[in-house]
Design a protein around this ligand. Structure first.
Ligand SMILES: CC(C)(COP(=O)(O)OP(=O)(O)OC[C@H]1O[C@@H](n2cnc3c(N)ncnc32)[C@H](O)[C@@H]1OP(=O)(O)O)[C@@H](O)C(=O)NCCC(=O)NCCS
Length: 619
């Protein structure tokens, strides 16, 4: 069977159709050449074969949709089988096949294995990009129709040849083990993608693109030889950043680097960040060949890890981290106000803002909120990957440095307050930081059921639902911790707006662990909390206290404020106006609210410097 498409040298002479329909009206075929008509017929037939399959497509339907007579369809397209063959011949190779063919023809354009991974990932997620319905119909008909079989055999042979070339190129680059047979690999790849396309209409629960990527990369890695070392065939010039959680086990990092190495990717810098729940977050600055895409990088990383993030990098990303830290510190010395910028630079935030302590976004995956001073918070944003715990600590450490410098420069409260307790010991009260979260969690673990219930008014254990980031200052308002001379966090105080921004009422809540209660810590904490509420511009403070909680009620009474009480179901809502700014921060009884201790005993001073640089919970 000979199929002609278009006006090649063998095409019949072009003629113009000038006849009319039976109705006498000019037909759409008027003034159209045979070639144009044939094209239209083949196009329409392609649509109908795709919609109805071979069996469901009649020449009459083609004629109707193409607005020609059935005779014209027969004359230019032949019978149904011939028309189908023409349709098949007119179809370009699939997108995936075209990419394989292009890569096979130009092996220097991209590492062949990266093309294999990308095409396979796309094919898995959207099989129709690799096998359209006409092609699938042709595959099925090849079993019974010799003409279609001949045509389809040619097409499949070409696809296989390109895939074979790409496979050999991958093998040459060291990406495929010598024991993996090329023909087996090629058949495997084609059969897998064709099978997926056949199954596609009846596959209800399709895997996600990400899970396909991971599976594909796994399969790719399984074909790779052990201990390969690639030739430097592909110049790696494009910077990328990759962050991925890999198992915190020996050998996992080397597997990750090998998977990336298969793509001719170089590692410019690598940092191991947090280890959480058996995983370690790895941060990499990479240089990759130009054609290796973000998807492929991620797929390679997913052979070893999970929770991966990729973004375009900069050539500077490979710069030395300690140098960056020291540069930030130097900038701080000359310009202490640059602390937020230095913190943002250190953790590579996309943006940052310095907000009033009562405004702005709370901590979230991509938002890092830090208490900079009592009145001002630094809110950092980063879109491409969530802030790792270690980064929170880094940014916080920079703000600690800034606070220490302010303290050295004579700013009395920059590091908080050291307060004397009746026992002769002292307690250090200061703003909470993200790195306190472990110590705060540990303090909760040491608390009795009764104490926790009094604080959270919920069943034991539910304090964890009030996430630790919220408990350690990642929200609007202020969070204080009280640290013992042993360097243990033993108390926690919160002052937060009781409703969205603009609120005038500050809610206060306090917790002192059992072993440290009745020493005066709660009283000191509450005094400082009230002072902060005042500084933050709140007019009133409120709290929720169990009616039986006489300890807390005594602490509140000791503040000198006038508390109103409303009781409901055994729970008191207490409320008190704060002194006005004109009153100079004095409570109604004239006592100054929350002044730092006038004289720090030598012991207190020693405690401060001994405790401060390494707060409990800092890694
Ligand atoms: C309520 C709570 C915060 C009080 O903390 P605290 O550190 O024990 O408070 P203080 O030590 O400052 O004051 C409590 C008692 O100690 C006494 N005290 C204060 N300084 C003291 C000192 N130097 N030596 C001995 N006792 C002292 C206070 O007079 C008071 O005693 P009293 O009850 O006999 O009058 C604490 O009990 C707690 O965490 N409870 C559970 C959580 C809670 O109820 N929170 C309130 C709702 S949000």
């Amino acid at each position: 069977m000979t199929v002609r498409v278009g006006a090649g040298p063998d095409a019949p002479p072009v003629r113009t159709n000038t006849w009319a329909t039976q109705s006498g009206r000019p037909h759409e075929e008027d003034s159209v050449t045979d070639d144009e008509l044939r094209q239209r017929i083949v196009e329409v037939a392609a649509q109908l074969f795709a919609e109805n399959g071979y069996g469901g497509t009649k020449l009459r339907m083609v004629a109707e949709r193409a607005a020609v007579t059935p005779r014209t369809v027969k004359r230019l397209g032949g019978n149904r089988a011939q028309l189908f063959a023409q349709v098949l011949a007119s179809r370009p190779p699939s997108d995936a096949a075209a990419r394989v063919a292009a890569a096979a023809a130009d092996p220097d354009s991209a590492p062949p294995v990266s093309v294999l991974i990308e095409v396979a990932s796309d094919t898995f997620a959207t099989p129709e990009r690799s096998w359209n319905t006409v092609e699938l119909e042709a595959l099925t008909r090849s079993h019974t129709d010799g003409d279609v079989r001949a045509l389809e055999t040619t097409r499949i042979t070409t696809r296989k040849a390109n895939l074979r070339t790409l496979t050999e190129q991958t093998r040459h680059a060291g990406g495929i083990d010598a024991r993996v047979d090329t023909e087996a690999f090629v058949h495997f790849a084609l059969a897998l993608s064709a099978g997926l396309a056949v199954l596609d209409p009846v596959s209800a629960d399709r895997p996600t693109q990400a899970s396909w990527n991971t599976l594909m990369a796994r399969i790719g890695a399984a074909f790779a030889p052990a201990g390969f070392l690639l030739s430097a065939d592909h110049e790696a010039r494009t910077p990328w950043r990759l962050r991925v959680d890999i198992p915190d086990r020996p050998g996992a990092l080397s597997l990750l680097l090998s998977a990336l190495g298969t793509l001719h990717v170089y590692v410019a810098a690598a940092y191991a960040l947090d280890s959480v729940d058996g995983d370690r977050t790895i941060d990499l600055a990479l240089m990759a060949p130009e054609k290796v895409s973000a998807t492929t990088l991620l797929a390679a990383a997913m052979t070893v890890g999970h929770h991966g993030y990729v973004m375009a990098g900069s050539p500077d990303d490979g710069g030395d981290l300690p140098t960056r830290v020291l540069d930030g510190a130097t900038e701080l010395v000359t310009n202490p106000g640059s602390a937020p910028l230095a913190a943002a630079t250190l953790v590579e935030a996309d943006s940052f803002e310095v907000t009033d302590a009562t405004e702005g976004e709370d901590d979230a995956e991509n938002v890092l909120r830090l208490q900079w001073t009592a009145n001002q918070h630094v809110v950092l944003h980063r879109d491409w990957a969530p802030f790792a715990r270690a980064e929170k600590t880094r940014a916080s450490a920079l703000l600690r440095l800034a606070a220490a410098m302010s303290s050295m420069a004579g700013e009395a409260e920059a590091l908080g307050w050291v307060e004397p307790l009746g026992s002769g010991a002292t307690i250090w009260i200061r703003l909470a930081r993200p790195e306190d979260s472990d110590a705060v969690a540990a303090m909760h673990e040491r608390c009795s059921e009764k104490t926790l219930y009094r604080r959270y008014l919920t069943a034991v254990g539910q304090w964890r639902d009030i996430t630790l980031r919220r408990l350690t200052g990642g929200h609007r308002g202020a969070t204080l911790v009280a640290m013992s001379e042993e360097g243990t966090i033993v108390g926690l105080g919160h002052v937060f707006p009781d409703s969205p921004a603009g609120a005038h009422v500050a809610e206060i809540a306090v917790l002192v662990e059992d072993a440290y209660q009745r020493l005066g810590i709660g009283t000191h904490l509450v005094r400082h909390m009230l002072d902060l509420a005042h500084q933050l511009g709140f007019d009133e403070v409120a709290g929720t206290v169990l009616a039986e909680n006489s300890e807390m009620l005594k602490v509140l009474d000791a503040t000198g404020l006038v508390w109103s009480r409303r009781v409901e179901d055994g729970v008191l809502t207490v409320r008190a106006p704060l002194s006005t700014p004109e009153s100079g921060g004095r409570s109604r009884d004239g006592r100054r609210l929350l002044a730092p201790p006038d004289d720090l005993s030598p012991r207190s001073r020693a405690t401060r410097s001994a405790v401060w640089p390494t707060p409990a919970g800092a890694p």
